[in-house]
Design a protein around this ligand. Structure first.
Ligand SMILES: *Cc1c(COP(=O)(O)O)cnc(C)c1O
Length: 732
C-alpha cells in the first residue's frame, strides 16, 4: 500500500510538492511541510506553531502530523482568525524562490560536479527532531552537511536508511536506570514519498547474499534542494525477519549491522543507478557505508570492461572518506563468515577470492587473524581521507600509520576538515533578530566572512545580555516542564512535582552538559568531589546550577551507571533545585540547552573527542564553552573566547589524567568562570563575561559553520575526486 495514499484528511499529494503548483492555502501549507526547508526557517516554524501551539508541541513539531488534524476548511478559518494568509503566501513564495533560486556559490565553485552530483552516504541523518532517523553527533553532522550543501548549491544527493522505529526514546525508572522504548513512526506523517526512476515507477533494489535475497524500497525526502534517498527493507517480499532489518538504528547484533551496511552501501549505489543518477564522486561519512565502493567497482567492471584492479583505482580516485572517531568501538569489524555470507555473490562478480576480499579490510592483507575493518576498507578505497579536526588528524595519522609502514607519520595520507554546524538550524530566533538589527542586511549570505561577525562588538552589551537572559528563561521553563513531567510519570509526590516546577533560578550561573553518555565523555568529571560541588551549588553569593541530558547506548552499562549516578542526585538535598536531568536528549533538547545555558561544559578524555559539534552550536547563541582542549576546541580556544580545562596534555595513566582534569575544572570554575559571571557593574551586567561572549561569536561562528566545512569538502575532496582538479587533500 502506498503510504502517501494512506494520508488522512486533505490527501497530502506528491504532485503538489513536486510541481509546487499549490493553489489553496492548505496545499501551500502541505508543500511547506513536505520540504524540510521549513525546519531552519523560524518564520515558517512560527507559522505552524501558531496554527495550534499545544498540538505542535505534542506532535514533536511535526507539521505534517499537525496538518493532518486540519481540514482545508478549518485551516482557512484558523488562518482568518490569526491573519495568517499573508504569512503563508510569503513563506510559500520564498520556498519556491529558494528551490528555483540561483545557485550562487555552487554555480561558480563546483565546476565539473554540475552534471554529476556527489553521492553522500551516511547511516544516520539528523535533520529535525520530527524525523527520528539519527542517534547523535554523526547524524546531526550529516543533516547539517546536506543543509549547507543545499544552501551553497553544491550538487549532492544523500543516501541513508529509513528506520521506522528510529533510535530509542529514553526515560529513567525510579532507580534512575535508563529504559529504552522504541516507537513506530507513522510513515504518512513524514515528509517522504516513494522515490521514482526515470520512467516514473517506484524504485526497489535487490541485493544477493549467500543466504537469500534482500530487498529494499527507496524513499525520497527533500531537504531544501538536496534529495535524501532512504532505503527501507520493510517490503512484503522480504522474510518477516528481514522486514525488520532497518527498523532500528544501531540495534541488533553484528549480523544485523553488516546487513544494514550492505543495504546502505551496496543497495545505495544500486538505488542511485535505478534512479538514473550518475555520481561524480562518493563521500563515505564514516566507515559504515564502505561497501558502496565494492558495488561501484562492480559497476565499472561491468559497464566499462575494466579489470578489478583498474576499477578499484578508478573508484578510489572518486571517493572521499571521513573517519570520525579514535575510539575502537566506533570501527565496525566483521569476521570472514559474515563477510562471505553477505559479500560472497558480489565477490564472485568482482572475480576475487574470499582472502582477497578480506584483505581489503585488513591492515595486513594476508593476516587471517585480522577481521574485516570498515575503516580500513574506507582508507584503502579512497584517495582522499580526512579526520574531523586538526587534533583528530594527528591522532588518525598515528592510529593508521601501520597501513603505510614505509611512510613517516607526517606523510600518512589522512588530512582533516574540521566539522561545523548549520547556523540557521541552531541559532535562536531571538539572537537572529539581534544580528539582523546590527549586521549588514545580507549577513545571512555572508556567514563565512569574519568581518560580518566583527559586528557583534558594536552591539550594546545590555541588549546582548537581555537576549541571552530571555533565552535562558525559555530554557528554564522547558526544563521545569520536562522534569515535572518526569516526576509525575514516576508517580512521585505532589511536593516533588511542585518542586520541579520551581527548580533552577535564572539569576544563577547555569552550566549545561548534553551529549551521549559514553564513558570517555566523562559526564561525572564535575561530580568527582561532591562535597565541593555542593558548596559551589549553595554558595550564598555565587551559586552554580547544572542541567544534564544524554542517552547511553542500550548495551553500554557503564554509560547507564553514569546517568543513574547523576539522576539520583535528585535525592540529595544538597542539590535540591540545582541539578536537573532532562530525559530523552534529542535535537529539540539540544537546541534548548545550547541556546539557554550560560556555559557549555565538555569534559572528554583527550584525545578521544574527534571533534564535537554541540559547543559550536552554543557559540552562535553567545553561550561560552567550558571545555577540555580536545576535538574542535583544541584549535578554537584562544585564551579570550571561552574557557579551557587542562593544558592540552594527557597522562598515559587515565586515572591521573582524570584526577588532573577534575582538579583543573575546579580551578577554572573558581578562578575564572564564577568570578567573571558574578562580577557585575551598577547596571547588573557582567561586562567581562559579555566581552567573552562577543569574542566567542566573532572569532568562532564563521570558522565552525557547516558552510565553511562543505566548501572545504568541495575544494579539497569533491573537486579533486571528480577529476576537476588533481591536488591531494593537503588540508592539515
Ligand atoms: C549536536 C548534537 C550532538 C553532538 O554533540 P557533541 O558535542 O558532538 O557530543 C549529539 N546529539 C544531538 C541530539 C545533537 O544535536
Amino acid at each position: 500500500m502506498s503510504q502517501i495514499e494512506a494520508a488522512p484528511t486533505g490527501a497530502i499529494q506528491t504532485s503538489v510538492v513536486a510541481g509546487l503548483s499549490a493553489d489553496t492555502l492548505y496545499d501551500k501549507c502541505v508543500a511547506l511541510a513536505r520540504n524540510l526547508w521549513w525546519s531552519w526557517h523560524p518564520e515558517v516554524i512560527n507559522l505552524f506553531r501558531d496554527l495550534d501551539p499545544i498540538r505542535w508541541r505534542q506532535l514533536d513539531h511535526n507539521p505534517i502530523a499537525l496538518l493532518s488534524e486540519f481540514t482545508p476548511e478549518r485551516l482557512e478559518m484558523r488562518a482568518a482568525e490569526l491573519v495568517l494568509y499573508s504569512r503563508i503566501n510569503y513563506a510559500y513564495r520564498r520556498l519556491k524562490e529558494y528551490l528555483a533560486g540561483p545557485r550562487l556559490w555552487g554555480k561558480t565553485h563546483t565546476g565539473v560536479l554540475g552534471s554529476k552530483p556527489v553521492a553522500y552516504f551516511s547511516l544516520e541523518f539528523g535533520v529535525h527532531e520530527s524525523v527520528p532517523i539519527y542517534s547523535g553527533g554523526l547524524g546531526v553532522l550529516s543533516g547539517d552537511h546536506i543543509k549547507s550543501a543545499s544552501a551553497l548549491g553544491v550538487p549532492l544527493v544523500a543516501v541513508g536508511l529509513f528506520y521506522d522505529q528510529g533510535y530509542f526514546k529514553q526515560h529513567l525508572d525510579d532507580d534512575g536506570w535508563q529504559q529504552e522504548e522504541y516507537i513506530d513512526t507513522k510513515v504518512e506523517n513524514l515528509p517522504m514519498e516513494p522515490a521514482r526512476g526515470p520512467k516514473g515507477d517506484p524504485v526497489t533494489v535487490e541485493i544477493d547474499t549467500r543466504t537469500g535475497k534482500l530487498l529494499a524500497k527507496v524513499w525520497l525526502m527533500r531537504v531544501g534542494r538536496v534529495r535524501l534517498y532512504l532505503l527501507d527493507c520493510d517490503v512484503p517480499s522480504n522474510s518477516p525477519e528481514d522486514r525488520e532489518l532497518t527498523s532500528r538504528l544501531y540495534g541488533g547484533d553484528n549480523r544485523t549491522r553488516i546487513r544494514q551496511e550492505l543495504v546502505v552501501g551496496v543497495g545505495g549505489v544500486c538505488a542511485l543507478r535505478e534512479l538514473g543518477i550518475i555520481p561524480g564522486a562518493f563521500h563515505l561519512n564514516e566507515g559504515h557505508c564502505g561497501f558502496a565502493t565494492l558495488e561501484a567497482i562492480r559497476v565499472r567492471m561491468k559497464d566499462d570492461g575494466m579489470t578489478f584492479d583498474d576499477a578499484l583505482r578508478h573508484v578510489a580516485q572518486h571517493t572521499v572518506f571521513t573517519t570520525h572517531t579514535p575510539v575502537p568501538a566506533g570501527h565496525d569489524r566483521f569476521d570472514a563468515g559474515l563477510m562471505e555470507e553477505h559479500l560472497g555473490p558480489l565477490r564472485d562478480e568482482l572475480g576475487i577470492s574470499a582472502e582477497q576480499l578480506m584483505g581489503l579490510g585488513r591492515v595486513e592483507p594476508q593476516n587471517n587473524q585480522e577481521t574485516f575493518c570498515m575503516t580500513v576498507l574506507g582508507l584503502k578505497l579512497s584517495r582522499r581521507a580526512n579526520a574531523v579536526s586538526n587534533l583528530h588528524g594527528h591522532i588518525s595519522r598515528r592510529m593508521w600509520a601501520h597501513l603505510w609502514p614505509w611512510r613517516v607519520e607526517e606523510e600518512i595520507p589522512i588530512g582533516h576538515i574540521t566539522n561545523g554546524v548549520h547556523i540557521y538550524s541552531w541559532l535562536a530566533w531571538q539572537m537572529q533578530q539581534l544580528y539582523e538589527r546590527h549586521f549588514p542586511a545580507d549577513w545571512m549570505q555572508r556567514v563565512g566572512e569574519p568581518e560580518i561577525w566583527q559586528g557583534i562588538h558594536d552591539v550594546d552589551s545590555g541588549e546582548l545580555w537581555e537576549t541571552h537572559y530571555a533565552l535562558k528563561n525559555l530554557l528554564l521553563a522547558f526544563v521545569r516542564r520536562r522534569v515535572s513531567r518526569q516526576c509525575r510519570r514516576r508517580g512521585e509526590s505532589d511536593e516533588a512535582v511542585e518542586a520541579a516546577r520551581n527548580m533552577l533560578d535564572p539569576n544563577i550561573l547555569t552550566l549545561g552538559f548534553g551529549r551521549r553518555f559514553a564513558t570517555y565523555k566523562r559526564a561525572d568529571l564535575i561530580l568527582r568531589d561532591l562535597d565541593w560541588l555542593a558548596r559551589m551549588a549553595n554558595d550564598p553569593d555565587r551559586p552554580v546550577q547544572i542541567v544534564f541530558a544524554g542517552k547511553a547506548h542500550p548495551a553500554d552499562e557503564p554509560g547507564k551507571q553514569l546517568i543513574q549516578r547523576i539522576a539520583n542526585l535528585r535525592h540529595d538535598p544538597r542539590f535540591a533545585g540545582r541539578i536537573a536531568f532532562v530525559e530523552d536528549y534529542d535535537i529539540n533538547v539540544c537546541r534548548h540547552l545550547i541556546q539557554g545555558v550560560d556555559a557549555w561544559l565538555n569534559t572528554p578524555q583527550r584525545p578521544l573527542e574527534a571533534s564535537g559539534t554541540s559547543g559550536q552550536k552554543a557559540v552562535l547563541n553567545g553561550v561560552l564553552n567550558l571545555s577540555v582542549l580536545d576535538g574542535w576546541w583544541a584549535e578554537a580556544y584562544d585564551g579570550s573566547n571561552g574557557f579551557a580545562i587542562g593544558q592540552g596534555t594527557q597522562h598515559v595513566d587515565d586515572r591521573l589524567t582524570d584526577a588532573r582534569d577534575a582538579a583543573d575544572l575546579q580551578r577554572v570554575l573558581l578562578d575564572e568562570v564564577i568570578p567573571l559571571y558574578y562580577d557585575r557593574d551598577i547596571d547588573g551586567l557582567p561586562h567581562l563575561w559579555i566581552k567573552r561572549m562577543k569574542n566567542s561569536i566573532s572569532s568562532l561562528a564563521w570558522r565552525f559553520s557547516a558552510h565553511r566545512m562543505v566548501a572545504d569538502y568541495v575544494q579539497h575532496g569533491y573537486l579533486p575526486a571528480s577529476g576537476g582538479l588533481s591536488c591531494d587533500m593537503s588540508v592539515r
